[in-house]
Design a protein around this ligand. Sequence first.
Ligand code: ADP
Ligand code: MG
Length: 330
Amino acid sequence: MKSFLKTFFFCCLLMLALPAVQVHAEWFSEDTQLMGTSVSVELWGEDEARSRQLIAAVLAEFQRLDLMMNPWNPASELARINREAGRAAVVTTPEILWVVERALYYSRLSEGAFDISFASVGQHYDYRQGRAPGDEVIARDRDNIDYRAIELDLDAGSIRFAKPGLQVDLGGIAKGYAVDRGIDLLQRAGVESAVISAGGDSRILGDLGDRPRTIGIRHPRNRNEYAVMIPLADTAISTSGDYERFFMQGEVRVHHILDPDTGRSAQGLQSASVLAPLAVDSDALSTTVFVLGVERGLQLVNSLPGVDAILIDGDGKLHYSAELLLSTRP
Ligand code: ADP
Ligand code: MG
């Protein structure tokens, strides 16, 4: 009884004292260039030093994953896999195995529209210099775009390419994975509201206190305009567009998302945005849907629970997945 009274009085005291304690929280943010794109981390925190430390930890995580998964850096683990896995199985990191397994899942789901071995041909494109491979190069290497020739042995922790000329690039999924790792890190540290973006891949943790955050989908033909604004909370959203890395070859827009069937830039859509709980999934799916086009893309998205899409076709017309259409009806 005595201890009950003690607790009771302590609680009363605490209730009296609480209104006097001013909890001051604010948004802290940082933008930088990492993984070949602009990365931003924004979080709601009470302590500036700790918030800045957490942002630095997220950026360090991006750097770590870039060192592991950037195929253009000869010192990366992925570059080593590209050099050696065509000859023998390569024992590699659990994270690469996990991301490749996820990528193969989307390859099977899309019957090869998403395929990290697009790089077998993709390596011959240079968007900055405006160079695309000729027909002979594509004819020679297109057979090496084949996700079924990527073999994982999860018990051994290894990866092998059944075709010696096969090359992989995780550019369509790795940024989403890094965004998820960053959000995990913040959640484990007790952060409840945050946004992490890496190029076209973002994940929103929580909301803006009393309302969702508004995210804009960029207009594919006018950099300074948004095509759509949507209120979002607790979701990931990724956009794949033909306007990020491209050059014109006559009338044809040569850009960085390849149709594995042709080895050429996928035509049909200007932009594909996908919403999903995790950024690794929204990232892979936005690239997948971009390749599939309006009809097959929406069919795939509508078959996946908890996944939505907003597409902009070649004429600039908007298309929505079934659940979004339902939720926008009055
Ligand atoms: P961004 O890199 O601009 O965020 P995306 O998420 O759409 O855009 O990814 C495009 C990247 O995906 C390309 O730069 C390339 O690395 C990779 N990629 C291109 N075509 C394919 C494909 N068919 N399957 C898987 N990955 C692809
Ligand atoms: Mg993507």
